[in-house]
Design a protein around this ligand. Sequence first.
Ligand code: AMP
Ligand code: GLY
Length: 428
Amino acid sequence: MKILVIGSGGREHALVWKLARSPRVEALYCAPGNPGMGRNARCVPIKTDDLDELLEFAKRKAVDLTVVGPELPLTMGIVDRFKEAGLRIIGPSRGAAEVEASKAFSKSFMERHHIPTAHARIFDEPEPAIRYIKEHGAPIVVKVDGLAAGKGVIMAQDETEAILAVDLILRRKQFGEAGSRLLLEDLLDGEEATFLVFTDGKTVIPMVTSQDHKRVYDQDQGPNTGGMGAYSPAPVLTEALQLQVLREIVRPTVDGLAREGRPFQGILYVGLMLTTDGPKVLEYNARFGDPETQVILTRLETDLVDILEALESCRLDQIEVLWSPKVSVCVVLTAKGYPATYESGRPITGIDQAESKEGVVVFHAGTFLRDGELVTAGGRVLGVTAVGDDFQQARDRAYEAVSRIRFEGMHCRMDIALKGLTMKKGLR
Ligand code: AMP
Ligand code: GLY
């Protein structure tokens, strides 16, 4: 089979890495890819939002299956375009991707289908929003409706901060069109976890659980990022909780979207807050998570091509997905300044030494080959991922590998998966 992976981050490198291990793959392309993906696939310089060029390329190369990494092409309707052209592609339609594209849509959808989530109100004018903040009080969560690259959520500790956020979003249009509406949401308390599933719109196959680390500094300090590291499994999501999430959240989501005429066929990401009142949805994504994919796919034993093909042809009920019982840990290395303005163009060394350690694979995200030399080219630069028999071994291997890698201004959290280590119950 000829497969095209769209995207250029750590998540897409993990996808390419896994697909390259399939005996069924004869050609692997990525657009635009990165130097790490270039080891397993041919990179073609087409941007992820250039749907015309992507379609043209897939036709020209007679690509059998396209896998979409990031949300932007999904929300632009890439799946609809490819399917109209008779091409096979993995991901939800534009209509179904609305669960990620609009937080107002997903909130109303959850309310219609009684799916547990934080209570929220939707506003498109500043005055009523400010009145609501004064009635409600703080803390309160202000959320931009549209896509905001992980920067559209403000957890306001007091009313002034919340009002300032409303002003920036609705009056000053800091987020452009994405911020023409906003949500004012109750703050939820608890532990966060990620629950990803494969679904063909009818059958749901859960992936192993995982947990991201959103804040830039140890002990969850500092601003939110795209994700500083992940581990799988997430022991906090016990077997019983997983069944509850499937029953009360995933099943009603998949069925509800189908009933509303926008069946979801693809990878559904449910970001959860495990509250004392049960699991609640923080957000949906219409795609694999980053860096969750790095730890999930390193535990996947079944051929990913078989799963994706079954998903695409609505035969997921006929497939069994097997996972390794091992633990996987991914430590993200970031450039100086991230998540604000960051440096780039710094030479990177030590990846080969890191990968010579048992169980270690280094996924590239923001890297670039400059005259044959690997340099940094993004906020999140690398995802050092290690599999081990338990949390201790996976963590030790990951950090030992990290210690081999160098670039100027390199930063990583030192506490990735510590929570997993101290909470080993309910492993899966
Ligand atoms: P979202 O993009 O909606 O997942 O929000 C990004 C991050 O903000 C989440 O991963 C949480 O850490 C935090 N967050 C979002 N909504 C809430 C909420 N209602 N209560 C507490 N934290 C939240
Ligand atoms: N790790 C969070 C995300 O992929 O959205």
